[in-house]
Design a protein around this ligand. Sequence first.
Ligand SMILES: Cc1cc2nc3c(=O)[nH]c(=O)nc-3n(C[C@H](O)[C@H](O)[C@H](O)COP(=O)(O)OP(=O)(O)OC[C@H]3O[C@@H](n4cnc5c(N)ncnc54)[C@H](O)[C@@H]3O)c2cc1C
Length: 340
Amino acid sequence: MGQHQLSDHTTLRLGGPAPLWLSHTHDADWPDLARAAARHAEQPFTLGGGSNTLAPDQGTTRPVIHMATRGIRTRHLGEGQVEVTVAAGHPLAELVAHTVAEGLSGIEYLGGIPGTAGAAPVQNAGAYGQEIGDRLATVTAHDWTTGRTARIPAAECGFGYRTSRFKRQPGRWTILFLTLHLARSTAAAPVTYQHLATALQCPLASRPPLAAAAAAVLDDRAERGLLLPESGHDHRQVGSCFLNPTVTDDQARALRTQGGPVHRAPSQPWRASAGWLLEACGYGPGAEITRGVRCSTHRTLTLTAQPGATAHSFRHALERMAGHVRTATGIHLQAEPVAV
Ligand SMILES: Cc1cc2nc3c(=O)[nH]c(=O)nc-3n(C[C@H](O)[C@H](O)[C@H](O)COP(=O)(O)OP(=O)(O)OC[C@H]3O[C@@H](n4cnc5c(N)ncnc54)[C@H](O)[C@@H]3O)c2cc1C
């Protein structure tokens, strides 16, 4: 415990003090830590790598549980299936690299996403057509409403596009472990993105070699500004700032005639590209939105904090951009980063 600044633990480097700080480093200590957090009147906030968190300038009086547990265990299930259990604080990118090195397919397209494994189910983290929820068997989570730890089957996690029951019930759960079912394979899952297929020199929907697919993802992310830089102009960011919004059939038709990309997964509504909508409203890479808040130099959809930025000015930038798109198109953009 001690006085921690949220700005030291979020990739935006924003956020004030968190006087009640509980670092979860050892699995066995969880019952003691949970008891300490439960003694506080306010529900705790669970923080992973802070790469999707917008923390307030004034800080928080809620206890902050910082997930810092590590460890990956594997168990052979037979018929080429392997169960992988990972501690919530383990970096997701390391988990992906580990499974690829072990010759396990299932999450190879999720490489390079910053943050912890435990946060991945919260927004059903996804990239290149793959989502963590697709391969999850169970999530072990502490339920602050009952004070008990439960093992929740993936089918009960309510996964959707960048959402889950954990996101829909903010503050209720602290995820402690994930269990994934992966397949032993030298081939990756089918490639569903044309530019990745082009880079891998294979047809769309074919299965490229596992290690090559994972490497191509990292190259592509580097090229498109989707890796978190350690320093430089764009390093204070939370990745994409808006979800791709759902649109009606009429809106989808209208966008298509203007050259706007729309897509839909089977039995799902149409979704437009948030980045394209922002650019159609005149925003572009590097644009200053509010004091100290700019689009990244690589992509409009990523906002970066610059010297002088505050959480307040960052939130204002999100509201300004969403308001502009709403006025111009009637389409509602939903912010992706989570407020403490
Ligand atoms: C450069 C960059 C690229 C990105 N690319 C992608 C991408 O391709 N796809 C994608 O989906 N996301 C992407 N993101 C967003 C972000 O990295 C992911 O959402 C990631 O899963 C967040 O992990 P974290 O540990 O940093 O979460 P945090 O920011 O710490 O937390 C995010 C939310 O999850 C909750 N949470 C965290 N840990 C737990 C836990 N153990 N139990 C319960 N709740 C918890 C928090 O309370 C908060 O509500 C990107 C971000 C950046 C900066």
